[in-house]
Design a protein around this ligand. Sequence first.
Ligand code: 3MF
Ligand code: MG
Length: 343
Amino acid sequence: MEKNGYRFSFGPWNIHEGADPFGPPVRPSVAFADKLTALKDLGFDAMQFHDDDAVPDLDSVSHGEMLRQARAMRQLLADNGLFAEFVAPRLWEHPMTIDGGYTSNNPAARAYAIERSKKAADIGRELGCNLMVLWLAREGTYIREAKDAVLATHRLLEAVNALLDYDPALRIVIEPKPNEPMDLAYIPTIGHALALGMQSSDPVRVGALVESAHAILAGLDPSDEMSFALAFDKLWSVHLNDQNGLKFDQDKAFGSVDLRRAFNQVRVLDENRFWETGVIGLDVKAMRTQPAELATKHLRNSLHAFLRLLDVVRSLDRAQVDELIAARDYEELDWLVVSSLLG
Ligand code: 3MF
Ligand code: MG
């Protein structure tokens, strides 16, 4: 498979048991080693990590044991010709983070969230990757009156600064999402993420991750969200997937809902030479209906959709596109794109 210099990643949570809020798991758990094999077999290059994907039961292991397990993981990846793309602190499952981590009204919970994030930074260092993703899952509210949103913004900034200060090599990408699990999250778009980063103590070390579905849930076009970050050299990671309208976060296979929207994401990434600096991360879920032995096809489909769309992007006649733009003949340009996608 020709990947044209692109590298691809997914996270262990992308091979999952199929539980949803209304029903239990429908597939058995897959061991990490088998996920790693699937990652390789499917033609991927890197694994994405939550801190406790690399070090299970993170809250109950000693510091030394945590470092030891992270080093062993790095070796396992290297033995398989793979690497870690990022580490993300999982701040949404522990009882201390019920009301959020960095923005909790409880100082003990805020302290827990910072300490846990520092552990994620330590794990990243041992894994040989200095990129930390912050998905600010519970940093928001169910009712507006529950938190002071101005104070919450300052607390988010303090958390980012504390992490930048803790590890001078750390680079942070904020992964915005407008809702779910919260009714409203505090950093819902890339604009918010970049504004926060630019106010931080070391703006050159804070960027953004665009997830297609999250942008769509915010009513925005993912390729424009990517472009905004690209304009400031701040797009350091992506979570490609798809989303059928404004409902729960679906994490559908890339391109499975709106091929043209997917095409435009590939187009802006390729026009901005994303392959030189970034990894094409996927964040996709298999349908709950999918039998266990067939539950990696969403990953295959997403990677292949990206590469097929890349062919379409690169086969467009640039001179013709420029001519049509100059003539303001956007109907013809529209048809050029539609007919290219139809093949
Ligand atoms: C939620 C997400 C998250 C993040 C992950 C890495 C569980 O909608 O997208 O996936 O991507 O935590 O930051
Ligand atoms: Mg994601």
